[in-house]
Design a binder for this molecule. Structure first.
Ligand SMILES: *Cc1c(COP(=O)(O)O)cnc(C)c1O
Length: 428
């Protein structure tokens, strides 16, 4: 029989680090990644036949659980009509109409194949629309790996950014300004100095790539006002929060309408599908209508659209998000209680089907807060849970996800595992 260890060794010979996306390699927590054979509902089964309760859900997309029969059937039906046409279809109009109906800020939308591509395209559109080069992002937010977005803060608040990856030209990174998440005075100061240069402010409304951190309502309102005053576009990256924290995404939670929205993950149902959309006046700048070029051989792929539409139909059923949020909250409450019983300092937060937990005494407000949490305790907890059949994100900087397939029995089994894991932590 094959094993995770053998596959990991073999994988590393032909795939850099043995993985096709870095966090899968377990670098932060150590140990051997699990090679997955199949998944079903809330469970993933590895090549050794071990079953795990899955709280990653492919990093967000699998909101109805794995291999949901209606999604699988939609994919099978679509596949028999061919995998790709490179020509328009009626189904992609259905998807555009569904997105526009669910997200009132989106008047027009374009489908692409990954969140990275969607974010990169939204950025180009914002620059093309405003005729400006500078962009603003926030420390700890991830918007995919486009060059302009792999940037860390420069030496001072008003200095432009430095590349955070080798291979990103400093000449490009200098157009990206990186500020602290949830910091109102900083963004006010920046706009006062350079508002006229700023094409857009891009933000994860609830950050899910530095664990789970809410943007405060006051901060979000201020970002919106400052953008409006200075003719800059506000881009909400809802790749993770869209159709995840609520049916209408974080826009519904905060009651706000950004100029552009980036989507992915849930809308593809697990297939490579993402989108960006927003005010029609801005979207009309895209080719073939306008001068901002954007294209894709597999954009609006019929099989991906079929999977995404099947999932969008399921999440629109009555009570879907109420049940999802209740399951997520009961998981978080149970985890806090288990930690308390064993005297471990631990906090949690969640919205809809997305959650975060922290080995810290206060909820984090920004990236430095997360970086201060206890990474050693996190690592031990991760492995203690994995040993007990619960698969959490292998990094303290990731959010977690619950699906509709995580019923009471699954949550109870998770909490039983957590009780043992916290007891192990308390023993030291
Ligand atoms: C996952 C993610 C992306 C990138 O999406 P990919 O499909 O992995 O390229 C962008 N923004 C946010 C907020 C994400 O969570």
């Amino acid at each position: 029989m094959t094993s995770n260890a053998k596959l990991f060794e073999r994988a590393q010979r032909t795939i850099p680090g043995g993985v096709n996306s870095p966090v899968r390699a377990f670098r932060q927590v150590g140990g051997i990644p699990r090679f997955i054979d199949r998944a079903e509902g809330p469970y993933m089964i590895d090549v050794e036949g071990r079953r795990y309760i899955d709280y990653i859900g492919s990093w967000g997309p699998m909101i109805v659980g794995h291999a949901h029969p209606e999604v699988v059937e939609a994919v099978q039906r679509a596949a028999t009509r061919s995998l790709s046409f490179g020509a328009p279809t009626a189904d992609e109009i259905d998807m555009a109409e569904a997105i526009c109906a669910l997200m009132p800020s989106v008047g027009m939308v374009r489908l692409v194949s990954s969140g990275t591509e969607a974010g990169m395209s939204a950025l180009r559109l914002a620059r093309g629309f405003t005729g400006r080069d500078a962009i603003v992002k926030f420390e700890g937010c991830y918007h995919g790996h486009a060059d302009s977005l792999l940037v860390k803060a420069g030496s001072g608040l008003l200095t432009f950014g430095n590349p955070s990856s080798a291979g990103v030209p400093a000449d490009l990174a200098k157009h990206t300004l990186v500020l602290e998440f949830n910091n109102i005075p900083q963004i006010e100061e920046l706009f006062a100095e350079r508002g006229h240069e700023i094409a857009c402010v891009m933000v994860e409304p609830i950050a899910g790539n530095m664990n789970f951190i809410r943007g405060s309502s006051a901060w979000h309102r201020r970002l919106h006002e400052l953008c409006a005053e200075h003719g800059s576009l506000l881009i909400w990256d809802e790749v993770m929060t869209g159709f995840r924290v609520a049916l209408g995404g974080a826009q519904q939670v905060y009651g706000m309408r950004p100029d552009l929205v980036v989507m992915g993950k849930v809308i593809g149902g697990g297939m490579p599908l993402a989108a960006f959309g927003g005010r029609a006046e801005v979207m009309r700048k895209l080719s073939p209508l306008g001068g901002v070029y954007q294209a894709g051989t597999l954009s609006g792929n019929p099989v991906a659209v079929a999977a995404g539409m099947a999932q969008l139909r399921l999440i629109q059923r009555t009570g879907f998000y109420d049940r999802l949020a209740a399951a997520t909250r009961s998981l978080m409450q149970g985890l806090e209680q288990a930690a308390n019983r064993h005297g471990v300092g631990f906090r949690t937060d969640s919205e809809g089907g997305m959650f975060g937990f922290y080995f810290a005494t206060d909820l984090p407000r920004n990236y430095p807060d997360i970086a201060r949490a206890d990474v050693e305790l996190f690592k031990r907890f991760f492995h203690a849970m994995l040993d007990r059949g619960v698969y959490l994100a292998p990094s303290m900087y990731e959010a977690g996800f619950v699906s509709a397939a995580h019923d009471e029995a699954v949550i109870a089994a998770t909490l039983a595992a957590a009780d043992g894991a916290f007891a192990e932590l308390a023993r030291g």
